[in-house]
Design a protein around this ligand. Structure first.
Ligand code: FMN
Length: 507
């Protein structure tokens, strides 16, 4: 027994000696490393802070980097952050997890702040049994295959490339479960879009990814191949995007894998930069030519997506449509807000170019009403519409449908780390790094996508019913008021009056 104790004691002392030696070695190495860093910092001339505060100055870069991630947890208030504050995001996360969405004690929203919108409750709302789901709206009445989308809330374009394969798969499965459509974005049609068997909108970007010939021109054979997928319900010609109007899509070379390159029909490993315009479209006439061309080949509804800036061209477009005949019109218009999201964009365009949806949506719907085209062209609103009140506002302003990109990214688990352009997205959504993608399990996240969609639509119905109408599409401008700079609110109908319908287009 004594012998055994002695052996244990000697083994323990050897282990302690080894640990002590390792610690002394580590300490020594640390001191040497600090001394080297001190010498380098003190003698370099590029960075002032490091020269003035050798070694310590290095922590500035570390904290600046970590601050992006930790600010939201420790310092930012509920209504402070951009682009989405914690209250907005928390609602999405709770809806996506299908957990309690009620709040206690009182609202933290500054409801008297300028631009704040309040919906006007009716003293006699419809009884629950009188209320119903949003009515179905038809898109593309003159097409061989018109489309009747089942939901008013759908998934906005985000390309496979900007998004990872598991993210696209989860969106596709979730869209199927919740009966909404999924827009492919401009990166072509991937097997992951098809995985869930959901309704799809195929986007034709300026580089015509997935439907291009060797010169980058639209390839009619490939286009009709895409259209032959029964699940592809509509085609969207992208003119511009709110986050970068005047610039084409950007996919950094480190995200252009062999697979993405094969789907887009471009070389792998090189930056994938779309032209800033469809080269063959530089007037309203040519735009209608392209819409006609795509529609006649595909037989399906064809629309356009843009961020509004200059408003005159819209009037010219409406006039040109009337000259050609009302069937020549785009079947839908997607209006993207200047503060829309993106995988990558220059800050100058992201911050300073284009109109926000608050201004562009009433402008577009009023122009269509004026020209007697409001019934012919369906309006899809896009841009920071991620909570029920945002969608209700868009419906009041005249949208037929709402789409969201970042709302659905949050349903997939996005934490707003703002790393979409660097292949290092910590939630596996916008990265092609398999180690980071591992955390995103498509089947699990698909359920969240569906819950988010369903809970959001449910709460939009709640707002509509509170305003005294039976379903969301009956919401009109007089159902809401907006706070102005002096703190007083005025009706949206007064702020953005419905225009007279032009007598020359009495449709
Ligand atoms: C990661 C990412 C990728 C996107 N890719 C596309 C695209 O391929 N085509 C497009 O028209 N818009 C693209 N967008 C813009 C969205 O479709 C949408 O118009 C914009 O983000 C506004 O909606 P949101 O505020 O709900 O995100 C992308 C947005 C994000 C965040």
């Amino acid at each position: 027994m004594e012998l055994l104790n002695h052996e244990y004691a000697s083994a323990l002392s050897t282990i302690l000696q080894v640990i002590a030696s390792l610690l002394i070695l580590a300490l020594g190495a640390g001191i040497v490393a600090i001394a080297i860093a001190y010498f380098i910092d003190n003698n370099q001339t590029e960075h002032t802070i490091r020269r003035n505060y050798p070694v310590l100055g290095r922590f500035r870069y570390l904290f600046e980097h970590l601050g992006e991630f930790f600010r939201q947890y420790f310092f930012a208030g509920d209504r402070e952050e951009m682009p989405f504050n914690r209250a907005q995001r928390a609602w999405v996360y709770r809806a996506a997890k299908n957990i309690d969405r009620t709040v206690a004690f009182g609202s933290t929203k500054a409801i008297r702040e300028p631009c704040s919108v309040m919906f006007l409750n009716n003293p006699f709302p419809p009884l629950t049994q009188e209320a119903h789901e949003a009515s179905v709206v038809l898109i593309g009445p003159n097409c061989r295959k018109p489309y009747r989308p089942k939901s008013l809330f759908n998934i906005s374009g985000m390309s496979f490339g900007a998004l990872s394969a598991p993210a696209v798969t989860a969106l596709s499965l979730g869209a199927k479960q919740s009966h909404c459509w999924l827009n492919t974005g401009e990166g072509g049609l991937s097997p992951y879009h098809l995985e869930g068997n959901c309704d799809l909108v195929f986007q034709i970007g300026t580089a015509k990814y997935g439907v291009r010939d060797e010169q980058g021109k639209l390839d009619d054979e490939r286009l009709s191949e895409i259209a032959s997928h029964a699940r592809v319900r509509m085609f969207e010609i992208k003119l511009s995007q709110g986050a970068k109007p005047g610039k084409g899509g950007i996919l950094p070379g480190n995200k252009v894998s062999e697979e993405i390159a094969a789907i887009r029909l471009i070389p792998a490993g090189q930056d994938s930069i779309s032209p800033n315009r469809h080269p063959e479209v530089h007037s309203c006439t040519e735009l209608l030519d392209m819409i006609h061309h795509v529609r006649s080949i595909t037989g399906k509804p064809v629309g356009i997506k843009f961020a509004l800036g200059d408003t005159q061209w819209l009037k010219i477009l409406c006039k040109t449509i009337h000259q050609r005949g009302i069937e020549s019109a785009p079947d839908f218009i997607t209006i993207d807000s200047a503060d829309g999201g993106t995988g990558a964009a220059p800050m100058a365009l992201m911050d300073d170019v284009g109109l926000p949806l608050r201004e562009s949506l009433p402008e577009v719907t009023n122009t269509l009403i004026q020209h007697g085209l409001r019934e012919r062209i369906r309006v899809i609103a896009s841009g920071k519409l991620i909570n029920p009140s945002d969608i209700a506002w868009a419906l009041c302003m005249g949208a037929d449908f709402v789409v969201s990109a970042r709302g659905f990214m949050m349903a997939l688990g996005c934490i707003q780390a703002m790393q979409c352009n660097s292949n290092s997205c910590p939630t596996g959504i916008t990265t092609h790094d398999p180690k980071l993608q591992r955390g995103l399990v498509p089947e699990d996240k698909a359920t969240r996508v569906a819950y988010y969609h369903n809970n959001l639509v449910h709460d939009v119905e709640l707002i509509a019913n509170a305003c005294g109408v039976r379903e969301p599409r009956q919401l009109k401008r007089h159902h809401a008021r907006q706070v102005t700079v002096n703190g007083q609110s005025i009706s949206l109908a007064e702020l953005h009056p419905y225009p007279e319908r032009s007598t020359s287009h009495p449709l």
